[in-house]
Design a protein around this ligand. Structure first.
Ligand SMILES: Nc1nc2c(ncn2[C@@H]2O[C@H](COP(=O)(O)OP(=O)(O)OP(=O)(O)O)[C@@H](O)[C@H]2O)c(=O)[nH]1
Ligand SMILES: C=C(OP(=O)(O)O)C(=O)O
Length: 249
């Protein structure tokens, strides 16, 4: 199994360039809000859709703020989410929203998003990124994409080292955009000979949230503003560190 390791330079920066021009389109799938985040039903009750919305707003906001990203393509059939996403900073210039075609689940939605992205910006790499990343930091995403520049196809495992949060293909026109998200997708991506990005210090890109324990871990990293405000209302105990202080960013 080949891995790409990004080595810190003496100055503490990473050797792959993160300061070059934006070179990626990022496709973000957003499931219909009322059907999403079922594993958080116990925590959020009938406000589950608000939590799903907050998480995707923070993930897309951070992606739009990432200097390695030229375009964000959100694949969704949720009109409420689409309206809120269009209000984000930089959305007018950099965000496209496309319908969930063929409405057959996550991976077909991502392939559709990649087709739209490469038609809109030929020549850019295309990365699929989970929307479940409420602590996402733009500079960490830039580091991951800089590492992805060094392999034809690559992926980043999630915090549990079982799933995947990012799947990247440098040259979509030459084919091979075949994401296999869902469940134990890390093993599936490795089995397809997709290079696993072996990076330190990118916890916010790995930290997807499916359960209350995941949300607590994301809060420890520092939640984005929308999820932070909602969680402070819904479940303030998840926002407290061991010393009892709040950990919102
Ligand atoms: N557009 C689109 N996005 C999807 C679909 N299924 C999942 N996603 C997105 O894929 C990512 C991972 O989703 P999952 O963890 O599988 O599903 P979830 O609804 O967030 O959570 P659970 O209900 O707990 O499984 C999130 O960004 C979802 O919004 C789909 O059918 N269409
Ligand atoms: C979709 C995935 O994960 P989850 O369903 O846990 O969000 C994945 O890791 O491929």
């Amino acid at each position: 199994m080949t891995k790409v390791t990004t080595v810190p330079s003496p100055a503490g920066r990473f050797m792959s360039s993160v300061d070059g021009p934006p070179s990626w389109s990022v496709v973000i799938p957003v499931k219909r809000l009322h059907r999403a985040k079922s594993r958080l039903a116990g925590l959020a009750g009938n406000r589950r859709w608000e939590l799903a919305l907050a998480v995707c707003l923070d993930a897309v906001r951070a992606t739009l703020a990432c200097r390695a990203v030229q375009r964000v393509v959100v694949v969704t059939d949720d009109h409420h989410a689409a309206t809120a996403l269009r209000e984000l900073p930089r959305a007018e210039r950099a965000l496209m929203i496309t319908d969930d075609v063929p409405d057959a689940g996550l991976n077909p939605a991502l392939r559709h998003g990649a087709t739209i992205a490469s038609r809109q910006d030929p020549g850019l790499g295309v990365a699929a990124l989970s929307a479940d990343l409420p602590a996402l930091r733009p500079e960490e995403l830039a580091r991951v994409l800089a590492a992805a520049n060094r392999a034809p196809r690559s992926f980043l495992a999630d915090a549990a080292a079982v799933g995947t949060t990012l799947y990247a293909v440098r040259d979509v026109d030459s084919g091979g955009f075949t994401p296999a998200f869902g469940g134990s997708s890390r093993a599936r991506h490795r089995g397809q000979d997709v290079v696993e990005l072996d990076l330190r210090g990118v916890d916010s890109v790995r930290r997807d949230v499916d359960t209350p324990a995941d949300l607590r871990a994301a809060a420890a990293l520092g939640l984005g503003p929308v999820t932070g405000a909602l969680l402070a209302d819904l479940a303030p105990h998840l926002m407290l560190g061991p010393d009892g202080t709040t950990r919102a960013r």
